[in-house]
Write a protein that binds this ligand. Structure first.
Ligand code: ZN
Length: 251
């Protein structure tokens, strides 16, 4: 009986894999605010049934809120990126700004709540963070995003080990970051193979974008590659669903 059950389980698992269950996940994130061009870029995401996360900086005007709502309706995630793009600690001294949430984030946070914009994540301005700043912000957010730190080595987060609260480090994409599409595609393949989540960040999205922004052609190339690899391409609001599907929270 035991053997029969294990055999049944094996057949069940293989059938899931061969039925094409997605493996690995990639989260493209975009910081600051480039509302009109982000809305335009949705056509590229839509083509590949993919979603992104947009981390918003600054005060939230009606126009900005409308754009955020539109992005949310398109299936993307909205995250916060502070009011004035200030560091959470003083780089020279390492001194943590204990009032950071109240002074730099709360106004955005409360308005999103009021306007029914679902926010579960925050991207650190200038990618500056430490363990103490994570503890300061985790009561308000499930997922925090920064860069890769000094090592600049891609971090792979196995989907079976996703937690309810996580700080996720990502790699910058764009000319400033000297992005090599071949290298990025290899990272994606590694993530698919190891069934892990990888995170990228950029800013604006437009054709032949310079500097720290995402060239639209590169975005399309990477989304096509994710589709080929049958990967999940998700916004941060979808991480909890991934956690339930693949990870510890699985029923
Ligand atoms: Zn920023």
């Amino acid at each position: 009986m035991k053997l029969f059950l294990s055999l049944l389980f094996f057949v069940f698992c293989t059938s899931i894999l061969s039925s094409g269950e997605k493996r690995g996940a990639v989260a493209f994130t975009f910081d600051d605010y480039h509302g009109p061009r982000w809305l335009k870029a949705d056509a590229i995401f839509k083509k590949y049934n993919a979603h992104a996360t947009f981390f918003i900086v600054g005060g939230l005007s009606k126009e900005k809120l409308d754009t955020m709502k539109k992005l949310q309706q398109m299936g993307h995630s909205i995250g916060l990126h502070s009011l004035r793009h200030r560091d959470v600690y003083t780089p020279k001294t390492g001194k943590l700004h204990r009032e950071y949430f109240e002074k730099e984030v709360k106004a955005q946070y409360d308005l999103c709540k009021k306007e029914k914009i679902s926010v579960c994540s925050f991207a650190y301005p200038n990618n500056r963070r430490n363990a103490a700043s994570d503890q300061l912000l985790f009561p308000h957010f499930d997922y925090l995003r920064a860069g890769l730190g000094k090592e600049k080595k891609m971090i792979f987060y196995p989907l079976v080990k996703l937690e309810k609260k996580m700080m996720l480090g990502g790699q910058g994409l764009g000319k400033y970051y000297k992005t090599d599409p071949v290298q990025v595609k290899l990272l994606m393949e590694q993530a698919a193979k190891s069934n892990s989540l990888i995170v990228f960040f950029s800013h604006d999205i437009r054709p032949d974008a310079p500097g720290i922004s995402m060239p639209a052609e590169l975005l399309e190339e990477l989304l096509a590659h994710a589709a080929k690899l049958n990967m999940n391409v998700i916004g941060f609001n979808e991480i909890s669903a991934l956690r339930k599907k693949y990870g510890k929270a699985k029923k």
